[in-house]
Design a protein around this ligand. Sequence first.
Ligand code: TSX
Ligand code: MN
Length: 613
Amino acid sequence: MKIDELKHAGLKRWIEEAKTLMTPDSVEICDGSAAEYDRMIKITVDAKLATVLNESKRPGSVLFRSDPSDVARVEDRTYIASKNKEDAGPTNNWMDPAELKQKMRALYKGSMRGRVMYVIPFSMGQIGSNIAKIGVEITDSPYVVANMHIMARVGTKVLDVLGADGFFVPCLHSVGKPLAPGETDNGKWPCAPMADKYISHFPETREIWSYGSGYGGNALLGKKCLALRIASVLARDEGWLAEHMLILKITNPEGEVKYIAGAFPSACGKTNLAMLIPTLPGWKVETVGDDIAWMKFGKDGRLYAINPEAGFFGVAPGTNDESNHNAMETIKKNTIFTNCGLTEDGDIWWEQIGYGAPGKEIIDWKGVKRPAPKTDKSPKGEEIAHPNARFTAPAKQCPCIAKEWEDPAGVPISAFLFGGRRPKTIPLVNQSKSWIHGVFMGSIVGSEVTAAVISDQVGQVRRDPFAMLPFCGYNMGDYFKHWIKIGKTAEEKGWADKLPKIFFVNWFRKNEQDKFIWPGYGENSRVLAWIFDRCDGKGKSLETPIGTLPAAGAIERPAGVSEQDMAELLRVDIDGWKKEIEDVRKNHYPKFGSHLPDELKSELEAIEKRLEG
Ligand code: TSX
Ligand code: MN
C-alpha cells in the first residue's frame, strides 16, 4: 500500500511529516501478512543481526543479540512530558513537552537515512472490540516489525477499523543509527548511545516518541508505552483501568469458573503464575494474559478485562519445565529469542533452563564462544544468556491459553491479587476488609531488595505500588485517587458487591535459615482455591487487624511444609506490621505529597489503631 492510498488524512499527514524529518530511503506500510513477517526475518538474517535456529529443534525461530548497552528498559531515559511537572508526579522523569520535542527533533533529523521507514498499524485488544485502542508505530527496525507482528494485531485490518477519521496513538520510533551510502548493519545491532536514548510520552496529546533503543519495552511501543503509560491516562479520563496485571481463568472441580487479575513487581514469576499447573486435584488454571489488563464496567456492573496483547514477551532465564512447562511448550516454534545463548546444535540456552548445554562450546549473548556449561547455572556476571534475555511468542501457541482470551467483551474479574517478594512479615494470603483497604494494599506493594541486584538497599523493601511505578503515565497520587473513584462509582451505581475482592499474596516467605518455607509454583493453587471460595463468601476465615486471613486448616498443607511453617505463613506478626506501617508512613507515603488521597491516610491510621489493639 502507498501513502496516497490511505483514507485517514491525519495519518497520511503524520507519515509525511515523519518521512520529511527522518529522510528514510523508502516507506512501507505494513499489511500484517505472514509473508511480511518472513521478509522482516530475512532482512535481519541477511544483515547478520539474527541467526536462524535449528529447524528440527526450534522451527520458525530466530535468535538476536542486542548491543550490550541496549538490553533492557531505560527508566532514567523515560519521560512523561505533560505541560505541568505536577501532572507527571514525583515518580516520573519530566521535561517540558516543547523542549523535549525540540531536543528529539534534532536527533530524529535524518536518523533513518539508508533505512526503510515501516508504518505498522496495530490494535491493542481484539480488532474492533470496544475496549481496544489503535496505535500506529513508525519504525526503522525490522526487528520491531517482526516483534509487533507477534505482540499485537497488526496490518491492513486495523486500517479498515480506523477508517477515515478514527482515533489512533501515533508512536514514533527510530533506532537512531543512520547508514552511510552502501553501509549495512553487518552484525552490529543498531542503537544510539545512552545519552541520546529517549522514551518519551506526551500524555495530553496522546503521543509516543522513542529514540535510540531497539529493545523490547523501549521499542515495541504498543506494550509498556501505549498499553500502560498512555492507556493509564486514557483510563483515568474515561473511567476505566489500564493495569500491569496478569489475567487467569480458574475452574474448580465442580466446573465453576472465575477470572482473577494480579499485579506483581518484576521477578515475582507473573508469567509462571498466569500459566500455573495446579497441584490440587480437579482444579484447572488457564491463561488470558500474562502482563497487561484493560478493564471496563459492563452493563451488569461487573469489571470486564481484556488482554490487549497478542503474544508473550517473557524473561527467558529461569524458565524451565518445572517453573513453567506451558511457557516452554509455547516457545517451541515461531519464536523470536533475544540475548540467549546459542548451542552447537543451533538451539537456544539460558541459565536455569533445566539442563546443561549440549556439545563442547556455546556462544554467549555477546557473541563470544565459551565452554558449554555442564549445569544450568553460571556465576553472577558471567551468564551465557543475559539475565533479561527474552522470548517473543504468539499467545495462541500456549497450551493453556483460555478460549476467552480473544473474546472482545473480555472476562468478568472476581478477584485482584497484589504481591511481592517479602521474606518476612507479610502472610501467604490476606483478603482486604474493603475496597479502600484493598487500594491501600496495592499502594504498598513492593519487593525486598536481594543481593541479586547490586544495591546499597539490600534487605529494604523497594515499593512498587500496583506494580505500576515505571508504567503510570501521570501522577501516582492521582492514580491512587482513580482507584478510589472506581470504588465510589461502583457504590453509587449499586454495584459495590460486584467489585472484585482484593487479596495480598506472598509466595516468598523465608525461615531463619534463609530457606523458602512455601513451595510456590503449582502449590499456589491451594491459595487460589481459598481465594476462589472467598469470592463466593465461602472459605473459612479469620478477622485480624491486618485483614481477613485463612482460618487454621482452611488451606491444606502441601507435602514438605511443616505444621509450624504453615502457622508461620499465616501468623499475624504484629511487631513486623508496626514496622511496615511505620515505613509506609515515614518513607513511602510522603513521596506523594499533597496528591496522596486522604482515604489512604485514614486507612493507614485505622490499621495502626487496630495493631495497637
Ligand atoms: O514464579 C515463581 N512462583 C510463582 C509460580 C506460579 N517463582 C519464581 C520467581 C522468580 C521469577 C517462585 N520462586 C515461586 C513462585 O511461587 N516461589 C519461589 C521461591 C521458591 C524457590 C524454590 C523452591 C521453593 C520456593 N524450591 C524448593 O523448595 C525445592
Ligand atoms: Mn511487565
